[in-house]
Design a protein around this ligand. Structure first.
Ligand code: FA5
Length: 342
């Protein structure tokens, strides 16, 4: 009986001294666990005289109940305090400014290319991508370019061998399309082209986009109408278009296409060099000889073709004054296009 009192005092003292719920659990086990001191008292029941056993048993059970009540009220208090501590140390300051995730953006030449593909797809054009390594036949001969034409010179063309070269124009793809498809044909062909050229507006590697339409009854008026649509969608709805006579071996007649200066509205400024017009692309009616080279009867079918430089369009559209900026990959230049709408 005396022992019971001592055990209770000891348990209450240790429970009050427990600093956290973990320590309290240890104390609880020390007294009420399987090998605990209170449990051990019950195991000693046999040493108690038979008539005292019921009173002794009751006393121990009462003690157990008191201790259990004490432990659970202490446990609740400690857990509450621990939760409060946790909440205050793990507090999140929602007013702190967030760290912005840097996102990449599309390259300006890609933006222009995607925009043009979208525009021409809307007019029913399909996209064809030809190879960057071509032979003399596709890049020059089938395009009616004479053997002694200066464009074939080593100075203009990167030759890989006598026969193979890096294509100098996406026009090479025209031949591949006309040889493999029968009219009606309506394609655009964007891609990289290569020339031995290097100054502020010319680069040894640049991008072109070719357009080709072949069908019955196609005329220069169709070309004109379509290019006018293109210029209005690409630059501004107020621009005007004009055709100037020009020369390409694979088109006859050939034209250069100018748009009225979208910077000054045609009055004359630095961008249009005072002329009021800006040259944007070369075009023309597909030369009869080229159609014949592709086994298309020029008496039955006619077509138009055009070719534009994507860097040139991007330079005009975004006011870029040096073509090198497109390949230097300086993020200060590139990030200006991050939010550019396609
Ligand atoms: C041609 O390449 C013709 N194949 C275009 C064509 C296609 C005409 C179909 C008729 C029918 P040209 O050499 O002018 O044409 O080049 C077309 C455009 O490419 C030029 O207007 C210019 O914007 C761009 N360009 C030419 N050389 C370079 C260069 N070195 N760097 C960047 N852009 C260039």
């Amino acid at each position: 009986m005396e022992n019971t009192e001592n055990i209770e005092q000891e348990a209450l003292k240790e429970a009050d001294a427990a600093k956290d719920s973990g320590a309290l659990y240890e104390v609880k086990m020390k007294f009420l666990g399987r090998a605990g001191k209170v449990t051990a008292l019950l195991k000693n029941m046999r040493a108690v005289a038979a008539e005292e056993r019921p009173a002794f048993g009751k006393k121990i059970n009462d003690l157990r109940e008191r201790l259990e009540a004490k432990f659970s009220s202490l446990e609740e208090k400690l857990k509450k305090r621990e939760m409060q501590e946790k909440l205050s140390t793990e507090e999140i300051d929602v007013t702190m400014p967030g760290r912005r995730q840097q996102s990449g953006g599309l390259h300006p030449v890609t933006i222009v290319k995607d925009r043009l593909v979208e525009l021409f797809s809307g007019m029913g054009f399909e996209v064809f991508e030809g190879p960057e390594i071509e032979d003399q036949y596709y890049n020059f001969t089938a395009l009616n370019t004479p053997e002694d034409h200066p464009a074939r010179d080593m100075q203009d063309t990167f030759y890989l061998s006598e026969e193979f070269l890096l294509r100098t124009q996406t026009s090479a793809g025209q031949i591949r399309v006309m040889q493999s498809q029968k009219p009606p044909i309506k394609i655009v062909s964007p891609g990289r082209v290569f020339r031995s050229d290097d100054d502020a507006t010319h680069s040894p590697m640049f991008h072109q986009m070719e357009g080709l339409v072949v069908d019955k009854g196609i005329t220069l008026a169709d070309l004109y109408g379509m290019l006018d649509e293109f210029a209005k969608a690409m630059f501004s709805k107020d621009v005007k278009t004009r055709l100037r006579p020009s020369y390409f071996p694979f088109t006859e007649p050939s034209v250069e296409v100018d748009v009225s200066c979208f910077s000054c509205g045609g009055k004359g400024c630095a961008l249009c060099k005072g002329t009021g017009w800006i040259e944007v692309l070369g075009a023309g009616m597909v030369n009869r000889k080229v159609l014949q080279n592709c086994n298309i009867d020029p008496d039955e079918y006619s077509g138009f073709a055009f070719g534009l430089g994507l860097e040139r369009i991007a330079m005009l559209k975004y006011g870029v004054n040096n073509i090198k900026l497109f390949t230097e990959n300086d993020v200060r230049f590139l990030e200006q296009f991050r939010d550019e709408r396609r």
